[in-house]
Design a protein around this ligand. Sequence first.
Ligand code: CKP
Ligand code: MG
Length: 312
Amino acid sequence: MDVVSLGETMILFSPEETGQLRYNQNYSSRIAGAETNTLIGLAKLGYQTGWMSRVGKDELGKRIIASVRGEGVDTSFVKEDESAPTGLFLKERTTVDSSKVFYYRKFSAASKMTPADVEESYIAKAEILYLTGITPALSDSCKETVFHAIKVARNNGVKIVFDPNIRKTLLDEKVGRDMLLEIVAKADIILPGISEGDYLFQTKDCKQIAAECKRLGAEMAIVKLGEEGAYYSTSKDSGYIEAYPVKTVLDPIGAGDGFAAGVLSGLLDARSIQETVKRGCAIGALATRVSGDIEGLPDREALDEYMNRIDK
Ligand code: CKP
Ligand code: MG
């Protein structure tokens, strides 16, 4: 495997109309989950990826497994749990360009993951373990699961890439921050956004955010700046990469996961840090042009064509 991950994937119901959800009658449904968004992004580019999780032993769980597997991600270590349902969430399109999410994921099957769900040999043989801050926020047993996965990766020299993906509705402010900082300290590469850096380190300055990640022990931090691109800082080098232009943002949710897929692909291909971050920016931009979290993620040909066209 090139990249393995663990986390929750849910069914997302998106209303066809804008406005308060209580008046919406028609929804479309898709699968969504930060970790599988990134793994699918990588699978579309041709990498070997694998996902560890639980879904309910129900129709929606079967849909998630079939979809994730259908996109080329290995699901051998995804369990169907009879004792809990698959999680759901709904997106309210408050206005054309803003949205809110409502989770129905408490006590879901994925929130019951335990360290026994971590397939140690799967992590040990992978190039990279990819984690986000959502999974340890799901429950105490999920937190233990993530820390166990980190231990396995570290014991086997597997690189850990961490997107804090802070979800305030899932985190107790103080406990949440300390837990995420503990993960930052154990991971190799950190991919925060500005608001996540602000939550973790009380600063909106990307240079300071990157410096704090490195002070805690990370070898590299790449701070996402949205329309302004990204700032990277490694042990040797630092700098800014411009964003790729997007005329109309149709759906910003999932852009960060696309960014992660681009960065991971650059790392796997041993590209320069500039090229690696550029790929992140390119896939992040492509992800916003299409509704849904995975539907806008490019395959290799589309990515190369897009980057060559814009870079000219
Ligand atoms: O940070 P992003 O907008 O890229 O993440 C979006 C995903 O996993 C989305 O798919 C949703 O299912 C979630 O984050 C979440 O749990 O909030
Ligand atoms: Mg994010």
